[in-house]
Design a protein around this ligand. Structure first.
Ligand SMILES: Nc1ncnc2c1ncn2[C@@H]1O[C@H](COP(=O)(O)OP(=O)(O)OP(=O)(O)O)[C@@H](O)[C@H]1O
Length: 641
């Protein structure tokens, strides 16, 4: 058996293992669990109210629901499948369920595309709730991609497969000397490599070295070359970031799937928005309106019903279906027209399996944050590729895997990593970073990158002011703080530390100057590794009036877990490390790659708040603390009092 077949078979086995473990964990949370317990797990909202319902593009019914109580966690996010139910007497059986896909998830409201033509009557009965469903479809798509890869005899895919498995050498057109404005030498070289590659090219490098920036330039030049490009990333958030940067560069994209962010810049790139801006949209709307008025008329015949009315009603229904058919055809035309005019498509890796892209072939498939992508997921867009470009850093977040055993047996090894190892000539390394001043970068450089990372000159001016240090560690050891486990979610929080984090952030912003932040649009990020701590911080800042300065900055402050910040940067970053216990338990803070992401997001100042007596029992934090001491950036919380 060829070695690729063996490896793919093993890949399928591990994927199955992960699928089963994920399902088992979901069932444990879900089956035979009361609504109250599911709410505590964040996988159910109840009660909810329907705020709005409307017909969107493609005759899709979209509803907006709101929860009245937001005190419990929520795991709902865009792209997830959900199912509505009612706890009203008489509506408990499965026939009173309707499913849908989340378009947008905010803290207290969801926009959902319903898989129904009309809102079912039982949804008006009240006591409505919504469950998060298990994401079976992603696994199915990944499995199907691996199977296709095993059996395909399509020449381009076979060639890419052979190269990825090290059985054939990648090809390059001759390189020309790089000179691309706005890029440094190694970025320009990477761009050239991407252009010259006929099969695979990889851009890798530490945080802030401009991997995404380089990708955007490469995409720009491919667009000028009239190529058709599919841009992907593992998560909706990372896809949105790419779309945003492409739009900033004046490159129009078609964002398929469900954006995680609801900003105009992103929403204007979705298929729905593009249809609404199309020249023929007005005709489509007119047709729809006509159809709706015939339908209304036909429905009026319900009461006095004779043979004449019956005939009339039949005619009207015939008219409705004729109009609907015409609307459907017009919409098909609009969609085809949009697809024909589009050069850059954007979706998640799994979203690349969308029926919208069926049968399409792309000159280039670009995958950003590739070190976070399961191999099987990476292959989904590659099935449609003539050539593939990866960008990522295998010292930042790895794929999230639930099955320890599958991970141990190799599921966490990405295609990106394999390719760098098997075909090193495909890889271009970036080493000059533009985000962080030397001091902020220093520890990550030492621990992860063997000191090879350089800070670009521009970062020297990145401090908030001459008096303001770029690094601070506030040590909470001995202050009597202790981490706790949130009973509902089993996530960790530390209430005293959350309070200190907000107080310290507030003081820092005041010291630097509230007006300065506003004038310069300096952004602020607050990271906690645990979602329970994130919830506490959000509550303190956005739902109480204890920190009015911070509350007033809601447009500039982002509070999230580390994973939520991958690929992003903020001017001021504060990390609440949360762990504080006598046993020295630091849980998944021990995952160094995740910590690397956390400490490399700050452009001007990085503040860590954490308990040295707990954390320093782990060599990574021991060394990190030493680094802060070395930089004269360490203080005990006692010094603040
Ligand atoms: N050649 C350059 N000149 C000036 N600024 C640059 C250059 N390249 C990148 N930057 C800036 O550096 C910052 C980081 O760039 P980018 O986000 O592309 O890096 P990245 O390698 O993708 O980061 P991460 O690993 O965190 O995802 C951005 O603010 C970007 O505008």
């Amino acid at each position: 058996m060829p070695n690729y077949l063996e490896e793919l078979k093993q890949g399928l086995k591990l994927l199955k293992m992960e699928w089963e473990e994920d399902l088992a964990q979901y069932k444990k949370k879900f089956l035979n669990t009361s609504v109250a317990d599911k709410k505590k797990e964040g996988i159910t909202w109840h009660p909810i109210q329907i705020k709005k319902s409307q017909i969107g593009m493609g005759e899709r019914l979209i509803i907006e629901v709101e929860r009245t109580d937001s005190s419990y966690p929520s795991a709902f996010s865009s792209g997830k499948s959900v199912s509505f139910f009612s706890t009203q007497d008489g509506f408990h059986s499965s026939e009173f369920r309707v499913s849908g896909v989340v378009n947008q998830a905010k803290k207290d409201s969801l926009m959902v595309t319903l898989q129904a033509d009309e809102v079912p009557d039982w949804m008006d009965a009240g006591r409505l709730g919504v469950d998060l469903l298990f994401d079976e479809a992603s696994y199915r798509e990944m499995e199907s991609a691996l199977k296709k890869l095993m059996t395909s005899d399509q020449a381009r895919l076979v060639a890419l497969r052979d190269i990825a498995f090290g059985q054939r050498s990648p090809r390059f057109k001759p390189f020309s000397p790089p000179a691309i404005s706005g890029l440094n030498f190694s970025q320009a070289l990477a761009c050239q490599k991407i252009e010259a590659a006929e099969d695979f090219a990889i851009v890798h490098g530490p945080p802030g070295t401009g991997k995404t920036t380089t990708l955007i330039s490469a995409i720009e030049s491919a667009v000028q070359d009239k190529q058709r490009i599919l841009v992907c990333a593992p998560s909706n958030a990372a896809v949105d970031l790419l779309v945003e940067k492409l739009v900033d560069r004046g490159i129009s994209t078609l964002r398929l799937g469900h954006p995680a962010r609801v900003e105009e810049k992103i929403l204007s790139q979705t298929l729905d928005a593009k249809i609404a801006f199309h020249d023929s949209y007005r005709d489509l709307k007119k047709l729809r309106k006509e159809g709706e008025s015939y339908l209304r008329l036909a429905k009026q015949y319900k009461r006095n019903f004779g043979p004449e009315e019956r005939a009339q009603r039949k005619l009207m229904y015939q008219e409705v279906s004729r109009i609907r058919e015409a609307a459907g055809l017009l919409e098909d035309y609009i969609r085809t027209d949009i697809f024909q005019q589009t050069q850059v498509f954007a979706s998640t890796l799994v979203g690349a399996a969308s029926h919208h892209l069926k049968g399409m072939v792309f000159d280039v498939v670009v995958i950003d944050e590739a070190a976070q992508a399961l191999e099987a997921a990476s292959w989904i867009p590659i099935l449609k590729a003539k050539k593939v470009v990866f960008a990522g850093d295998h010292f930042q977040l790895s794929p999230t895997i639930k099955s320890y055993e599958a991970s141990r047996q190799g599921l966490s090894v990405t295609l990106f990593e394999k390719l760098i190892q098997r075909q090193p000539e495909t890889a271009a390394l970036l080493q000059v970073q533009y985000r962080m001043p030397e001091d902020i970068m220093g520890f990550s450089n030492r621990w992860f990158y063997n000191g090879k990372l350089q800070a670009a000159e521009n970062t020297q001016s990145h401090a908030f002011g001459p008096e303001e240090s770029t690094l601070e560690w506030i040590d909470t050891a001995g202050a009597g703080y202790s981490d706790q486990t949130e009973a509902e979610s089993l996530s960790t929080f530390n209430p005293e530390e959350a309070h200190l984090a907000c107080t310290y952030l507030n003081d820092t912003i005041k010291r630097i100057g509230i007006n300065h932040f506003r004038e310069n649009n300096w952004t602020i990020g607050l990271i906690a590794p645990y979602s329970a701590q994130v919830r506490r911080l959000r509550h303190l800042i956005f739902e109480t009036y204890e920190f009015p300065n911070l509350r007033a900055f809601s447009d500039l402050i982002t509070i999230d877990t580390v994973d939520g910040f991958q690929g992003q940067e903020r001017d001021l970053m504060l990390i609440s490390l949360t762990r504080s216990n006598d046993a020295g338990e630091i849980g998944f803070l021990a995952e160094e790659r995740r910590m690397n992401v956390a400490i490399t997001r700050a452009k001007r100042k990085l503040i860590l708040i954490g308990d040295s007596s707990t954390l320093a029992q782990h060599p990574f934090f021991d060394e990190l603390l030493r680094y802060f001491e070395e930089k004269n950036a360490y203080r005990s919380v006692w010094e603040l009092r």
